[in-house]
Design a protein around this ligand. Structure first.
Ligand code: HT7
Ligand code: ZN
Length: 867
């Protein structure tokens, strides 16, 4: 497979102004007739060039004509994914008939079947599996689509835009024509045909237009659509109020499908969603699930402007739409729920998974410079770090100028395919700020380190912060230039009084900032709200961190101070770990936590965050060499100490937060109370004492919602009480076996169970009837759950976990390369482990590398990991 480079970008030689598609959907095959109105691109340099179309190798071409003249095989060349026609007029109509086999499409790209319904996934390069086309985002076309199918099996026929005509045929088939007036790239094309139920609603836009809202799902899931509908309406209102963006079609549709490679897809007017991101019901969905639905529905809706109306020039610009849209959906969720908790959750993800990506073999800038398979670049770096970059622009400009900048960006580029540079330029032009240096955030990979020291002169009352920045090398980038970043800060007295606050703009490799008029040496609260995606080093004393944990006015840094303290403690014990060693927790930390637990004024959601120990994944990311056993044992041991020391307070918190007779609601306050309650139950269970097992079993049996039921189940299954674990697992299975999304949870709980024999259990589960190796959600739950959430067993020194994963990757690669490539991630981190484990992981990577005919997806990840 060949790499593609950003520097080789050239404007398209040919434009497709109109695209008419006719789909004859049948059980054994689908015929696609495409009629493309093509003209040469005046901006591509004048000289007439051959027409080059993309088309997947497996796609069968039945007929090709230009202006009704049928071409024979001597008139064009088909090589790999490309079809080239040398001599074409300046403007012409190309007609093309292809035959597809959607029922055999296991890659879930292009047109495929999910539980009997036809659906599509065209981003990034799936449209070339439907017909021959210049499948690149800078070719935007007006689409008209007709779907014909048997009416009894497929009563619902959907595509982008508005329905403009429909009819019935004599043989039981029917058809519907859809027209999308907005020019769009082919990756936003979609169709759905199936026997679906619909939840309908209406939305009145700010300018008074009525929009029909429809969410489609299988009949059995009709009762799980209300929350998505409410979320959609909230998102539509929020985008009008915060960004001045209105919806632009008469109809907005969402369809839930169970076979889907990612979370959801923002196809124009016809979003297609993984069921896990749209279905929600208190009985079957956890609080986290509800919040995911709200966030993803909003995310896909926001793409209508940030992605669809203004799209990407090429796939190197992916973060233009994804980074910006993640920033938009994070702000939406922050406005709908607790801002601080949302920030803590997002930063935790960034610090564990994105920082690990930045330090791994697939590290790449937010705007990558090359790729072999673009699907491998739908990464945390492009999405989450990309969103942090937009957040920094927001911090540097302030909310008003940022809004002016986004208005200018949307106005200036409406209907265009543009670059991240165009986005930054709009921000510059609207604000008058120079963001030249800031642009390095798009081009340099790696997580910068910010080292901060300080000095205080008692006589003059002058305090200085000395800041130096650096960024470790990453593949292909040995040396990095300094970044421009906003450093939000506060200066606090030791009694917690805030003496100063503001935002410093850091630009140099080394610089100092001076503050005068300070009567005492302040404690700096640095990087408030995580104002830049960096690793901050400042040598805090325990006393300073405890003070910040108690008093910082910035909620995020309050939490962060507690985390820093815990991380330091845990790292010391991890480094000194010997099997059987008793972990310890200093009284100062126990007292601080006790104080927090007794403070009934504190928001329970925030309290729950503050009382969570850093995850094993985060401790691993911070380690020089990852010692999975020490990390697991120290964390477990410390939990037990904290649980025993504060047992009565955990119980009091549990009782205080129990929403016994109140009907379930996924509002922020109730979610916060449940999270503290279940955290408290977790600590109580850590004591290993019998009464708390009873409490967990009682919660499992009596709860009216999945959050509490699943929390109790997980705690019992992950405890040493095997009998109860088996009993509840069986009970849960019998209760929920007909709910696929709940069964995913059932698989995950077992896959992440740290008890002995985990690999044997997951092997058995892979034979269980609820497991379906064709379904990505099931693969993620079982294989992803074991390899990502069960470090001590996946990394068992025998290497059997690694071999099991490699077997799966090789099997899945032939069936669904995108999913195979994603599941491979844990093996790519081999350099972070001890020599023995590294060698075993490397061996499996090499085994994959030596396998003939790897997909481009898996080849790219494996080959880059072995460098
Ligand atoms: N824009 C969507 C990306 C996506 C995707 C990419 C590759 C393969 C399958 C896919 N399904 C959806 C999702 C989003 O960020 O909104
Ligand atoms: Zn997106």
């Amino acid at each position: 497979p060949q790499a593609i480079y950003l520097e080789d970008y050239q404007a398209p030689a040919w434009l497709v102004t109109h695209t008419e598609l006719d789909f004859e959907l049948e059980e054994e095959q689908t015929l696609v007739r495409a009629r493309l109105s093509i003209k040469s691109n005046p901006e591509s340099g004048g000289k007439r060039q051959p027409l080059v179309l993309n088309g997947h190798e497996d796609m069968e071409l039945l007929r090709l004509s230009i202006d009704s003249q049928v071409l024979d095989s001597g008139d064009y060349r088909r090589e790999g994914e490309l079809l080239t026609i040398a001599n074409v007029p300046d403007q012409f109509v190309l007609e093309c008939v292809t035959r597809l086999l959607p029922h055999e499409n296991t890659a879930l790209e292009g047109l495929y079947k999910s539980d009997g319904m036809f659906c599509t996934q065209c981003e990034a390069e799936g449209f070339r599996r439907i017909t021959f086309f210049p499948d690149r985002p800078d070719v935007m076309s007006i689409f008209k689509t007709t779907l014909t199918a048997e009416k009894s099996r497929y009563p619902i026929l959907l595509s982008n835009g508005n329905p403009v005509a429909s009819g019935e045929e004599s043989d039981g088939r029917h058809w519907v024509t859809w027209e999308d007036p907005w020019p769009k790239p082919a990756y936003l094309f979609a169709l759905v045909a199936g026997d679906l139920e619909v939840l309908e609603d209406r939305y009145l836009t700010a300018s008074g237009r009525e929009v029909r809202l429809q969410i489609f799902a299988e009949r059995k899931d009709l009762d799980k659509l209300e929350y998505a509908m409410e979320s959609l309406k909230k998102a539509m209102r929020w985008d009008e109020e915060v960004y001045g963006r209105e919806y632009d079609l008469d109809i907005y549709m969402i369809v839930a499908v169970d076979f889907f490679n990612m979370g959801a897809m923002e196809n124009k007017g016809l979003n297609i969603f993984n069921t896990s991101c749209v279905l929600a019901h208190p009985k079957t969905t956890t609080d986290a699930g509800f919040q995911r639905v709200e966030g993803v529905v909003a995310h896909e809706y926001f793409h209508n402007w940030s992605g669809n109306r203004v799209t990407c020039r090429d796939w190197f610009q992916l973060s233009l739409k994804e980074g910006f849209t993640v920033f938009r959906d994070a702000e939406f969720s922050a406005d709908m729920n607790s801002r601080t908790v949302k920030r803590i959750e997002d930063v935790s993800l960034l610090r564990t998974a994105q920082f690990a990506e930045d330090a791994g073999p697939m590290a790449h800038p937010v705007r990558p410079e090359s790729y072999i398979e673009i699907s491998n670049f739908y990464t945390l770096t492009v999405y989450e770090k990309g969103a942090e970059v937009v957040r920094m622009v927001h911090a540097l400009l302030g909310p008003e100028l940022f809004r002016k900048g986004s208005d200018l960006y949307f106005e200036r580029h409406d209907g265009e395919a543009v670059t991240t540079d165009d986005f930054v330029k709009a921000m510059e032009d609207a604000s008058g700020r120079d963001l030249t240096q800031f642009r390095r955030w798009y081009s340099q990979a790696g997580t910068p380190r910010l080292n901060v020291t300080d000095s205080y002169d008692e006589a003059s009352g002058e305090y200085q912060l000395h800041i130096s920045q650096s960024c470790p090398p990453s593949p292909g980038q040995e040396h990095k230039q300094p970044y421009h970043l906003p450093l939000a800060f506060g200066l606090l007295g030791m009694d917690g009084t805030e003496l100063r606050s503001g935002v410093l703009e850091v630009t140099a490799e080394e610089e100092s900032f001076r503050f005068t008029g300070l009567n005492e040496r302040p404690v700096p609260s640095l990087l408030r709200g995580f104002s830049a995606p960096v690793k901050l080093e400042y040598d805090y004393s325990d006393a300073q961190l405890l003070m910040l944990l108690r008093h910082d006015t910035d909620g995020f840094n309050r939490w962060d101070a507690g985390q820093r303290l815990c991380i330091r403690l845990m790292q010391e014990q991890i480094d000194a770990y010997r099997p059987g060693a008793e972990p310890s927790v200093p009284d100062a930390l126990l007292n601080a936590w006790s104080e927090l637990l007794l403070d009934e004024q504190l928001d329970p959601a925030m309290l729950a965050q503050c009382l969570k120990l850093p995850s094993e994944a985060q401790l691993a990311e911070l380690a020089d060499t990852i010692d999975v056993v020490a990390i697991h044992e120290v964390r477990k041991g410390m939990r037990k100490v904290i649980a025993e020391a504060l047992e009565q307070q955990w119980l009091a918190a549990y009782q205080r937060c129990d929403l016994k007779d109140v009907a379930y609601s996924p509002d922020a306050e109730s979610i916060g109370r449940r999270s503290l309650k279940n955290l408290a139950l977790g600590y109580l269970m850590s004591t290993g004492r019998e009464p708390w097992l009873e409490l967990a079993r009682q919660q499992y049996e009596q709860s009216d919602n999945m959050t509490d039921q699943l929390s109790a189940l997980t705690l019992v299954v992950h405890s040493p009480h095997r009998e109860s674990a088996d009993e509840l697992l069986q009970n849960f299975y019998l209760q929920w076996q007909h709910e696929p999304l709940v069964m995913n949870q059932w698989l995950s709980v077992q896959a992440s169970d740290p008890a002995e024999g985990a690999l044997e259990r997951v092997k058995q589960l892979s034979e269980h009837p609820v497991f379906d190796a064709w379904n990505p959600n099931k693969l993620r739950a079982l294989i992803g759950g074991f390899c990502g959430q069960n470090p001590i067993h996946f990394h068992n020194e025998s290497g059997e976990g690694y071999a099991w994963l490699a077997d799966w990757i090789l099997h899945l690669d032939r069936q669904n390369p995108q999913v195979a490539s994603r599941l491979l991630t844990p093996l790519t981190r081999w350099k972070r482990y001890d020599a023995a484990r590294s060698a075993l992981m490397q061996k499996q990577l090499q085994r994959m590398m030596d396998t003939p005919e790897l997909s481009a997806d898996v080849y790219e990840v494996v080959s880059k990991s072995l460098v």
